[in-house]
Write a protein that binds this ligand. Sequence first.
Ligand SMILES: O=C(O)CCC(=O)C(=O)O
Ligand SMILES: [Fe+2]
Length: 367
Amino acid sequence: MDLNRLRDLYPAPFPDNVPIADIQKLSLKKLLDDDPIETQKMFDILSGVGFFYLDMMDHEKGRKLWEDACTAARSGMEVFPHTPLAEKRDYKAPKGVKVLDRGYQVGAVNEDGTPRDSEMFMIPQHEMLGFGKSEWTLPAWLAKHEERFQNALRSGNVIANVVLGVLEKKLQLAPGTFTSLHRLTDSSGDFLRVIRYPGSKDVSRVDPLRFPPHKDAVSVAILFTWLGGLQMIAPDAPAGLNQFMIPDEHWRWIKPVPGTALINLGEAMEIFTNGVLKAGMHRIVKAPGDQIYHDKYSVLLVARPEATTPMKAFESPVIPPLTAEQAKAPVYNSFEWGNRRIQQLQDFIDGLQTRRAGKEAKLERSW
Ligand SMILES: O=C(O)CCC(=O)C(=O)O
Ligand SMILES: [Fe+2]
């Protein structure tokens, strides 16, 4: 891969003196060919550590998605720093819709009006590709990039369904059990997210946490990122730690690998398989080493279950049946479930802000 063409995405090297996560790289071509060794590896990873790099370079569908992701990141570079905050904030999600599949979001804002930790915009797949009847349109500051977003969304759905197709087979579920719930045309809250984490000028004063520990409230997440900052919990960290209180020593850096996507599952897959598959916990901190001075961009594509899907376990010889206690829990549909999970994370973030500020503090949100 010609990294010279990607200088803008890799402005500084990843340092070699930080503890990195040991993450395997799988071949998209082999997964598409239903290679028994590669599909078994994927299943083992997704029922264990939860993250793998997917080589985008060994199949045409992967090369296409990689290009689309780089292009989406460059759209972010074009619009984020050059669009007034008020205009960005005008791109809102409708009230009550929490699944974060559309709109602009910014956390804390500096005194000079620039985002402190992160800013992001989301593009809803269903509307962006023109499915269903909808009045929805992109705001003016993003409209020029419409075709790029459409391309990335289409490519992302293809790759998510490769992963889901392998998983349903490994779980001895009927063909289509997962893939029929994640069609490109479904109304499901699938989205493209482009995130910018501003670089720091004064590193001594920065709060390292950019995005608190979380699991994604989705089925499959496909992440492209070029600078460090993303971390996962070390596989040998003690079990049962409070998700928000895990000490730094138990986190490992995820080193971005050119030409790959980082794949993890979200909590929907834990529910569908009653815990056989695992959603990887992750957080984002300031980029390591000299990367800290540069703006970091991420491009995330997610697949979610179709909106009316009941969020409960499927039956299969390899999925443990629900205990009597589990069976008592209410079953939400995918849309309700997604809204509740995001609300819970937001409540947590606001609680954290409040504790830090010593007084009631709610992040300003654009929805
Ligand atoms: O920016 C990243 O590396 C990951 C962002 C993330 O975890 C998310 O948007 O859910
Ligand atoms: Fe995430």
